[in-house]
Design a protein around this ligand. Structure first.
Ligand code: DGJ
Length: 697
């Protein structure tokens, strides 16, 4: 049974391998008593003291609370801050009711004086070892209530010595991991960019000296693509508090009488076996329960994107030539990036004018699409719906449709303004524009870009008293647009890009089929990024392209290394094919054919991070699906003449025999041998790489 209770006072939430225990304690507060390896005898928790008795205070500060609220004797960061109409800022509750229905638990907390309730929701995914938590605030009275903070979830872990890992990124350097030891004060991971952004990510990872395959790891991911905040705080009463949700910075939500506010959910879990198990849990949960269903179980098509070859100078004839060469190589989806619409000669103009440029495409997009389809490929197109330029018809006609303060100049990000997506009129307009584009053209893939961070969050269309709601409303507007377009065009594949990996999160994952993790395609940088990206996000949905050198790092990397690196995800090609020799085209075609043979294993298999440049000389990843396995290993630079490495495989069946193919060599070995003795490989010089394929007999 996923949820057990003793008299509605102690609750055990059980997944296949974990248990989460909640109790309503003597002070009437809902607290977390335990989170970790499975314990089914929940009666053992009756009477367990949840607090450190040496600290002389009363109330919430003592407990690992499930819903701490500003006020009372709490000095820690709390997950809720409410101001009632009379100025009281203190939510004191009683548990009104608890309700278990299948895998779902709801606990309703009501204020002892004011007509206000918080509903705590728990959803148990037994098979996947995940518990989803979220909250709903409800104003049951007539007077407005101000929500100044309403995080989604709160977690407490006993003791100290915890480490936290998050990303530390920027454009071109997304998904670089960063680790901190939690000692004192608060660690805050927050986005104020108006979207997920390239810096930290709405996930948490807390561990005690865990490694890939060992140690306790607690983790969670927020289903939200707007401003978020994660606070990790060692509370002085003996525990670590972790809070996560919509950022409270410049947030205030007026809950009118009778209204409710629902937070996004946090999907969280525990692994007793290090980061690898965490990744397996998250990848499987995400694939089964978060990602859109349309492409479930199928590998993504192999794509070509012309951005790095033509940038804004997109012309029909040239694109047709590119398409012919792409088709020859085995590409399945041909994508035209930025530059196809009226007036878009560079990044200073035309965003918002989503009409095909008649100079570049005299016969409309159909001519190119027909060619592409006749060549046996699908056609895809780039858009950036949430933006406009000063130099655009859209902005001239609707200067009120952007975020702005009337007394301030609106600052530019990549020469563009952000449309007020909190305004339903704007979203309705965009729905119609893109619906028509998709109806009139056989477009089967959309790259949805977003290249500006939010600022000046004021709107001429909304009363000032609601301006602090705009961040949240904006995100909801974006979700409505993508939801509606998906509903009207279910066969279209949507890729999320925000100047690279600025919108990768569990909220976006409900709507987008795949992600562009970074504009940085340097293979060495990418190996690091891909490693950390894969901690939380599945490989299938991670686009990885081969491009020409584009000058981010002044490095020359051999084709095989770059190709193998891109083949570690969902392969794409972005090189200028019109400048590619026929020999190189054939070479690329060879890699693409090979990728198609192994992509099901890579995209749909289980990932094992075997070795990493972060703590060793080589980088190696393995994928296992049914009877097949694929391993890529990379050496960046030979050091001290060392070129002999052992790769210890994982996830195989010890008693089974596997046919092992390494370059021209083929041998048969047992799973036990491959996992314990390992495979010796020779990697030499600069940027060497090897592919190993295995198949169970
Ligand atoms: C930023 C994206 O990250 C790039 O891949 C490309 O689509 C450009 N925008 C186009 O303007």
């Amino acid at each position: 049974m996923a949820i057990q209770t003793i008299d509605g006072k102690v609750f055990g939430l059980h997944t296949k391998n974990t248990t989460y225990i909640l109790s309503i304690n003597e002070e009437g507060l809902v607290e977390n008593l335990y989170w970790g390896k499975k314990i089914t005898s929940i009666e053992d928790f009756a009477g367990v003291l949840g607090h450190n008795p040496t600290i002389n205070v009363q109330g919430g500060q003592l407990y690992r609370e499930e819903c701490s609220s500003f006020g009372g004797m709490r000095f820690k960061e709390t997950s809720l801050k409410v101001t009632f109409a009379d100025g009281v800022r203190d939510f004191r509750y009683v548990v009104e009711k608890t309700d278990i229905s299948g895998e779902h638990l709801e606990i309703v907390l009501t204020d002892i004086y004011y007509p206000f309730a918080i509903h705590l929701h728990y959803e148990v995914y037994e098979e996947e070892d995940i518990i989803r938590k979220w909250r709903v605030a409800e104003n049951r009275g007539k007077e407005p209530i101000l929500l100044e903070r309403i995080y989604s979830a709160e977690y407490g872990l006993p003791g100290d010595g915890w480490k936290t890992v998050n990303y530390k990124g920027r454009w071109g350097a997304e998904f670089c991991a960063h680790s901190d030891t939690v000692q004192a004060g608060k660690q805050v991971y927050e986005s104020l960019y108006g979207l997920t952004a390239h810096t930290v990510n709405p996930v948490f990872l807390i561990h005690k000296d865990a490694s890939e395959t060992r140690g306790d790891v607690y983790f969670g991911a927020l289903e939200y693509s707007g401003n978020f905040k994660t606070v990790v705080e060692p509370v002085n009463t003996g525990y670590l508090n972790i809070l996560m949700g919509i950022s409270d910075t410049d947030f205030a939500w007026t809950l009118k009488g009778g209204e409710s506010f629902e937070t996004p959910a946090v999907c969280a879990g525990y692994s007793a076996e290090g980061f690898q198990t965490m990744t397996h849990i998250l990848h499987s949960f995400c694939t089964r329960h978060i990602m859109p269903e349309e492409l479930a179980g199928k590998p993504l098509p192999m794509l070509y994107n012309s951005w790095y070859s033509t940038t804004f100078d997109v012309r029909c004839e040239e694109q047709v030539e590119l398409a012919k060469r792409a088709a020859k190589m085995g590409v399945e989806l041909f994508v035209v990036d930025d530059g196809w619409f009226e007036g878009r000669v560079d990044d200073t103009a035309a965003l918002g004018d989503w009409y095909v440029d008649k100079e570049k495409f005299p016969n409309g997009l159909q001519e190119l699409i027909r060619e592409v389809n006749n060549l046996g490929m699908k056609f895809g197109l780039w858009i950036e719906p949430e933006m406009t330029n000063k130099k655009s018809k859209l902005f001239m006609e609707h200067p009120d449709w952007i975020y702005q303060y009337d007394t301030r100049e609106v600052l530019m990000g990549r020469n563009q303004y952000e449309l007020d997506m909190s305004n339903p009129e704007v979203v309705d307009y965009l729905i119609e524009i893109f619906d028509n584009l998709l109806k009139e053209n056989n477009i089967e893939y959309i790259k949805w870009d977003m290249n500006r961070y939010a600022a000046e969050m004021g709107s001429r269309n909304r009363n000032q008293s609601q301006w602090k709601e705009l961040w949240y409303r904006n995100t909801q507007g974006v979700y409505r647009l993508i939801r509606e377009l998906r509903a009207r065009h279910p066969h279209v594949e949507f890729e999320a890009c925000a100047s690279g990996g600025g919108r990768v999160d569990y909220g976006a994952m409900r709507y987008f089929d795949e992600y562009w993790p970074s504009d940085n395609t340097d293979a060495l940088d990418r190996l690091y990024m891909q490693q950390w990206y894969s901690y939380f996000y599945p490989i299938k949905y991670m686009r990885a392209w081969l491009t020409d050198d584009f000058g981010m790092d002044q490095r020359k990397i051999p084709l095989q290394f770059s190709m193998y690196c891109a083949m570690c995800g969902s392969l794409g090609i972005g090189t200028d094919l019109n400048k590619t020799s026929d020999e190189k085209l054939d070479e690329l075609a060879g890699y693409i054919a090979l990728y198609k043979e192994i992509r099901e294993v890579i995209q749909l298999g289980k990932l094992y991070r075997l070795n990493s440049f972060t703590d060793g000389d080589i980088h190696a990843v393995q994928y296992v699906k049914d009877k097949k396995s694929v391993v890529f290993a990379f050496l960046d630079h030979e050091r001290y003449g060392d070129s002999y490495f052992h790769i210890y495989l994982r996830g195989l069946k010890p008693d089974k025999k596997y046919r092992v193919k390494l370059k021209e060599q083929e041998e048969e070995k047992s799973g036990a041998f491959l996992m314990n003795m390992g495979i010796p490989v020779i990697l030499k010089g600069d940027y060497d790489s090897v592919l190993i394929q295995l198949e169970e007999d």
